[in-house]
Design a binder for this molecule. Sequence first.
Ligand code: ADE
Length: 227
Amino acid sequence: MRIDIITVSPELIRSPFEHSIVKRAIDKGLTEVYFHNLHEYGLGNYRQIDDTQFGGGAGMVMMIEPIDACISKLQAERTYDEIIYMTPDAKTLNQSTANTLSLQENLIILTGHYKGVDQRVRDKFITKEISIGDYVLSGGELAAAVLCDSIIRLIPGVLGDETSALTDSFQDNLLSPPVYTRPSEYKGLKVPEVLLSGNFPKIDTWRSEKAMERTQQIRPDLLDEPL
Ligand code: ADE
């Protein structure tokens, strides 16, 4: 999979790709990630990328020309499955979206800043808009990093233990059950007997029950969502 991220602030987003599972995926050649500095496509001597909004109002709006130039250059080189815009005014990212996107070949992710992008960018280029939650970040870079992490770890071969992504929270619309490691007792706090029993069918049942219990308590809304 290839991901092209368009940003006004490449330095802000680089670091999450230089560590841990995402880095390993890149090192193994399972994904390629490229950062495109929108200022390189900016207008005039000042490389302008934003302007005041028509109709008045506080905050700058990202202009269509630099974004068009960058996206069109990329599209001339290859076909993209999705051109994604990170914005708080969109549907919230969930595991199902991450699963679907992890099967794609080429993605562009556009990160917004200031008041966001000129609506015509959204109308003309964007095929999918994604929010990472009902709060406003200073820019879309951190949101894009979150999206990429959620996608990249699902690409086959990225996780060493192929089953571990399947047992993550949300894969089946359930939160994860509690997990424990050594010691089996710490200052009077005991690990549930069943986990020490070696009876794996019983352990599976216990985990399913706990996952359901936790979901009912904390996120009952997940139980109504389609799988
Ligand atoms: N940009 C600013 N806030 C955001 C959010 N919550 N999700 C995605 N992009 C954003």
